[in-house]
Design a protein around this ligand. Structure first.
Ligand SMILES: [Zn+2]
Length: 134
């Protein structure tokens, strides 16, 4: 999915644009998604692709929403050599939007820490059956 940068800039909130399209990083602790603990799915703020299930979210203490595993095929990675460090950059597999980085210091079973920017994601709580349908 390709879109001109001008369109992204128009459609996205400024902070989401800065993270997704300009590889920005939000201030730690600034995202309301840090505290999100309901069952549901985290989606890409750029294109709506489902990225992470709430069951893989954990409290890393970093100030960024952290997960130990993405949904299958949801994200891609590239090597990021900016800031004189070698890190693994994580982006949405559908629109290429920058999401964050993955580090090898996560919990079992994967040992990975997907350190994500909340501004790059939206949360969709699981829909229970509407009242009165059973
Ligand atoms: Zn996306």
């Amino acid at each position: 999915m390709e879109k001109p940068e001008a369109e992204w800039r128009q459609e996205l909130p400024p902070e989401a644009y800065r993270v997704l399209r300009q590889h920005g990083t939000e201030r730690p602790g600034s995202s309301p998604l840090n505290a999100e603990k309901r069952p549901g799915t985290f989606r890409c703020a750029g294109c709506g692709q489902e990225l992470f299930a709430s069951t893989t979210k954990y409290e890393s203490g970093s100030g960024w929403p952290s997960f130990w595993q993405p949904l299958e095929g949801a994200v891609g990675t590239t090597t990021d050599r900016s800031f004189l460090m070698v890190r693994t950059e994580v982006h949405c597999a559908a629109c290429g939007g920058h999401l964050g980085h993955v580090f090898p210091d996560g919990p079992p079973p994967t040992g990975l820490r997907y350190c994500m920017n909340g501004a790059a994601m939206t949360f969709a709580p699981d829909q229970g059956d509407p009242p009165g349908t059973r």
